[in-house]
Design a protein around this ligand. Structure first.
Ligand SMILES: Nc1ncnc2c1ncn2[C@@H]1O[C@H](COP(=O)(O)OP(=O)(O)O)[C@@H](O)[C@H]1O
Ligand SMILES: [Mg+2]
Length: 455
């Protein structure tokens, strides 16, 4: 297996031949033969081979071959050869998302993130964005949105990709049968697709149930009955009630039980934090039913006493990615301090972004490095366990992690399509880039653009 990079040129000729510089032919261990196959994504062409006595890694394609293979653009790309005669160029990395009519922001508010993702290894891969309706299965092609110049985009019909990074934005749309069938078609064709769909909180707790890693998940009850809520409140003194398919802290309650004074509920209503007291459990339940609907699709969770600064709880976002060796790595950590009176740490409710070092030093002093190292190890273990018990391929996870005063590490939720807001912090910019590089490397791994056959 030989792998390198080369520059692709289009030449004004009519023959069905690929012209390869002798230096590139050597690097690829090409046999001295007359014919080769050249593949790009789902397309393959059988071509004559001619060597050019020239230095450098260059590959020249006659116009007709270039258009038959539907090469997205000329220029620098990865090239590999496994057996001396079958050449692959690519990889073609497709980002599955919503495509709008706008030519400047074809992926709406996600355009800038997707563009950033496409910059990692942009001279070694063909990147494009697409939505389900852009795929033509009969022709094995995609009408793709391809980056052009610094910030522009162009539409072009190209082959099916080697790997799909799923960033489709709608929780609801992802649950449709049609969307599942669409994604399954890639898998059936042997095209890996990673980050299959959004997680519900209950899915993640189930994936971890009964595993060694479950000691990092607070006790959780899915669709709790009133009796179960009451029982959890008595045992834990405070609990969190969270919509299982929720995000951004929306619909969350923090409930407290004090044997002398009764029950308290904290939540957010009309953009403000409210605190209500109830003398009986039944009146608390009446409020919950009024505010939270039937509490169907909720999960009740043991409350964790998080570390605090200025009386504001702190938790952490661990941004996990796979790397070139198919291993989980912690590619970034952001610390989040809750806004005054807020029960969650989201920036939209006044939360403040900090670095974990800043926070941990202040709280654990000399022990802070050990605490951080332990939390990282735990996060990797959690990612491995979730992956092991999950049916689909994962490439990225965003964990909301808490640390309590006893240094115990807790996971509140795992996001399978993590946001990137922590990377707005100036100290985390570099980690943001690193996370995208890991994702690119993982795409190389999944698409088998690898120098050695290792799995
Ligand atoms: N069991 C818990 N104990 C203490 N704090 C919690 C608990 N569950 C959630 N939180 C706090 O609320 C935040 C939001 O909870 P999370 O489960 O991440 O829901 P969302 O999907 O709305 O982000 C967490 O980041 C954490 O600060
Ligand atoms: Mg969260």
């Amino acid at each position: 297996m030989s792998l390198t990079t080369c520059t692709i040129h289009v030449i004004n000729r009519q023959d069905r031949t690929v012209y390869v510089t002798s230096e590139l032919a050597n690097a690829l261990n090409l046999s001295r033969i007359r014919g080769v196959t050249l593949s790009l994504g789902s397309k393959t062409a059988s071509l004559g081979l001619k060597l050019l006595k020239k230095t450098g890694h260059h590959l020249y394609l006659p116009t007709a071959v270039y258009s038959q293979l539907r090469v997205p653009r000329p220029g620098s790309i990865t090239v590999m050869c496994s057996n001396g005669k079958d050449i692959r160029i690519g990889p073609m990395i497709g980002v599955l998302t919503n495509v709008t009519r706008s030519s400047s922001a074809p992926f709406g508010s996600r355009t800038s993130f997707i563009r950033q993702f496409m910059r990692a290894g942009s001279d070694r891969a063909y990147y494009f964005g697409f939505s389900p309706r852009d795929v033509n299965w009969a022709q094995s092609t995609v009408t793709a949105m391809i980056p052009k110049g610094e910030n522009g985009w162009m539409r072009k019909v190209i082959p099916l990709p080697d790997v799909v990074y799923n960033r489709s934005p709608s929780r609801k749309a992802e649950k449709l049968m049609s969307m599942n069938a669409f994604k399954s078609r890639f898998i059936k064709k042997g095209i890996p697709l990673f980050n299959w769909s959004f997680f519900d909180k209950s899915d993640v707790y189930r994936l971890l149930e009964g595993t060694e890693a479950s000691r990092h998940v607070p006790e959780s009850r899915i669709n709790p009955s009133a009796a179960e809520l009451r029982n959890m409140l008595e045992r834990h003194k405070f609990i969190y009630l969270k919509p299982t398919g929720g995000s951004l802290g929306i619909g969350i309650f923090r409930l407290t039980y004090n044997p002398k004074r009764g029950y308290y509920a904290r939540f957010r209503r009309a953009g403000r934090n409210v605190l209500l007291r109830f003398s009986s459990f039944d009146s608390l339940m009446a409020l919950l039913r009024k505010q939270g609907g039937s509490l169907n699709k909720y999960v009740a969770q043991q409350g964790i006493r998080l570390i605090e600064i200025d009386n504001c709880p702190i938790d952490f976002r661990f941004h996990m990615t796979k790397n070139a060796s198919n291993e989980w790595v912690v590619s970034a950590i952001g610390a989040k301090k809750a806004g005054k009176g807020s029960i969650t740490t989201h920036v939209r409710t006044g939360g403040q972004l900090m670095t974990p070092e800043q926070v941990l030093r202040q709280i654990f002093g000399a022990r802070s490095d050990a605490v951080l190292a332990n939390a990282k190890e735990t996060a990797v273990k959690l990612a491995q366990t979730i992956e092991r018990n999950y049916r689909h391929t994962l490439g990225e996870l965003g964990f909301d992690i808490g640390i309590d005063q006893n240094e115990h590490v807790w996971m509140f939720e795992a996001n399978s399509k993590p946001g990137r807001s922590i990377f707005k912090h100036p100290a985390l910019k570099e980690q943001g880039r690193a996370s995208l590089n890991h994702l690119f490397d993982y795409c190389l791994y999944l698409s088998r653009f690898r120098a050695r056959r290792d799995s």
